[in-house]
Design a binder for this molecule. Structure first.
Ligand code: 4H7
Length: 267
């Protein structure tokens, strides 16, 4: 009876809404309609809307870019289509706890901690720049936060936007199945993941480590942790140092020295 009532609930309980402003909406949509992000959308855990900035251009040729003031090479995205696109999104999506993010190599580094922080918002609006980027006046008026996914140069902010949606969505309840999230433990703890093996037990003459075939859960957990530690120490000394600081080794247990038996009572 209750389920019948709730199935007609007027408010869908979407956990998080993402709006992406871009000149190439199909590029982002294709990525986010696939695999786990696609499933999260069809299960109503996240909503993704891609908006074509060009649709808001008031130019007779639907232009969205122009030459930079002061000269120089390349084109800059003009503020009018971006601002009108943003105003339409803000109007559509009502009064929510939201954050407007501009993806650019000048932004603060996007990390796992930032992904966890951003999943608290009800809506993220992601602005993708192309060409030389967007007019600074649009950024000053609308953008809360500028983020970079890493120290490399890309042709547009579309892939970074898809990466932010993916990394943030993983923190929303119900997006990952139990077995998907289980794998997260080691990286979330600040260590790199241990190596994984599946069938067959011999492949091209290479065997699976014996401990994984032993069925001894405690030994397996210990082996995996040791592998994670060794790999992190070798490849990411920065992460390793932070991990060791946060997890100091417990002091070695003192050996108990048996009390000497005395004939007479202590004085
Ligand atoms: C916004 C501003 C993000 C978007 C400038 C975007 C790397 C990242 C872009 C630019 C991006 C990242 C302008 C940077 C042209 C490159 C030659 C698109 N690249 N461009 N420059 N690391 N590129 O998150």
């Amino acid at each position: 009876m209750w389920s019948a009532v709730f199935s007609f609930a007027p408010f869908p309980d979407f956990s998080m809404r993402f709006d992406i402003l871009t000149l190439f909406p199909e590029m982002v949509k294709t990525i986010l309609d696939t695999s786990i992000m696609g499933r999260a959308q069809s299960h109503g855990k996240i909503e993704v809307f891609c908006h074509q900035i060009r649709d808001y251009s008031k130019d007779k040729h639907r232009k969205t870019d122009d030459t930079p003031y002061g000269g120089g090479t390349g084109l800059v995205m003009t503020p009018q289509p971006l601002a009108d696109c943003m105003d339409a999104v803000l109007e559509q999506s009502g009064n929510r706890g939201r954050r407007v993010i501009y993806l650019s190599p000048k932004g603060a580094l996007f990390t796992q901690a930032k992904a966890r922080e951003l999943c608290q918002f009800e809506q993220l609006i992601l602005v993708c720049g192309h060409y030389e980027g967007v007019d600074q006046r649009f950024i000053d008026e609308y953008v809360d936060e500028e983020l970079s996914i890493g120290d490399y140069v890309l042709t547009g902010g579309e892939l970074p936007a898809a990466i932010v949606v993916d990394a943030v969505s993983r923190h929303i309840e119900g997006v990952l199945k139990c077995e998907d999230s289980y794998q997260d433990e080691s990286i979330a703890s600040g260590l790199l993941e241990y190596p994984h093996y599946t069938h067959p037990d011999t492949f091209h003459g290479r065997t699976v480590p014996d401990v994984l075939l032993s069925g001894h859960h405690q030994n397996i957990a210990k082996w995996r942790h040791e592998q994670s530690l060794a790999l992190t120490k070798e490849r990411r000394p920065d992460l390793y140092a932070a991990y060791i600081l946060a997890h100091p080794e417990p002091p070695p247990k003192k050996k108990r020295t048996p009390k000497k038996k005395t004939d007479h009572a202590p004085e």
